[in-house]
Design a protein around this ligand. Sequence first.
Ligand SMILES: Cc1cc2nc3c(=O)[nH]c(=O)nc-3n(C[C@H](O)[C@H](O)[C@H](O)COP(=O)(O)OP(=O)(O)OC[C@H]3O[C@@H](n4cnc5c(N)ncnc54)[C@H](O)[C@@H]3O)c2cc1C
Length: 362
Amino acid sequence: MNTPRAVVRIEGRGPVGMALALFLSRHGFGPGSIAIDPIPVALPAWLASRSIALSLGSWQLLSRVAALPPAAPILRVEASLRGHAGRTRLQATDLHAPALGHVLRYGPLHRALADALAARPGLTRTGGIAGAEAALTVAADGDPGAASKVHDFEQTALLTEVVAGRDGHGTAFERFTDEGPLALLPLPQPRRHALVWCARPAESERRAALAAAQFETELRAAFGGTLGALRLDGDRVLAPLQRKVRNPGSEPRRIAIGNAAQALHPVAGQGLNLGLRDAFELAVRLGELRATDRPLDEAAAAFARARRADRAITIAITDALAQAFTYPAIARLESLMLGVLDLAAPARNRFAASLMFGLRSG
Ligand SMILES: Cc1cc2nc3c(=O)[nH]c(=O)nc-3n(C[C@H](O)[C@H](O)[C@H](O)COP(=O)(O)OP(=O)(O)OC[C@H]3O[C@@H](n4cnc5c(N)ncnc54)[C@H](O)[C@@H]3O)c2cc1C
């Protein structure tokens, strides 16, 4: 029997909040012990169709708690600089892994997690509990709040989908241009790719308004001919890019995870991955407290300590990748770094492993 004092209240019902509820169910939280916001009536189309690259670590974590929708495996990542020497390939086979990650769309992922929750009847109660009654409130609403530390990259991502003339064989491409990163991610349908093209806001706005043929010409000029012709096949959506980190605050019975704690530039595809690691770590800590009948709010300080390094390093790597290549003076250095990574397999593999699994912290 659960009293409200044993209830974890989750604000927001995005992938991170739902994953937390599912992880908690594997760590001793039974029926009625989790209160979660109701599902939004409908996800907006721009969000439902957004492509998300999940690292192998995230894929494995989620596969344990939900039946995941069809996804495209990433078998290799090819990163290169436009206009400079240097290219690095990260291969799943080098790491003896089935894939470096998987690409799927936000909408089907959201639905799969909602279905997994619905398949555990009684686990979550929607509403019906005030914040003050819960043992712990977890902010997972995707919003770091007005008091967050904001860095504006002065870039806007243009998001759309393209169909390529040639098969990319499961390659995720990342081109670092002097305007910002341009990524093409494989999608489950053959030769179909998600495009994330970051540039100065006015430039992205201009490209969003181009006629399809002109857009395709500019894309080909920026990306090159590796995949043959690239045909535009989707709406063009603009997403202004900022990094926001929540002000930690001092409410002991409140913990923020996922985008509610930190919202990153999408360059390294790490935002959701980082958020899922937040959720997993928190579920483990809360499970331990529950098993030993200790108050759940004891988790806050230990959780913050345990997540500090992974969060700081992932934010720093992401910020550096988002901006470094836009400064010509250091582009050569970065070119060297990519070249070195390609030559030095152990360094490259460590880099890949940290993107796949994050920093395990204790
Ligand atoms: C362009 C882009 C590409 C990205 N690519 C990747 C990637 O490849 N890999 C990766 O790991 N991360 C990626 N991210 C980051 C990733 O989308 C977030 O980190 C992740 O969605 C955070 O999950 P969350 O549950 O914390 O918050 P959210 O996903 O923001 O969800 C929080 C809550 O808000 C609701 N919600 C949000 N907006 C609306 C709205 N407008 N209307 C109704 N409900 C809404 C959701 O349903 C949910 O209840 C990308 C982000 C962007 C902007």
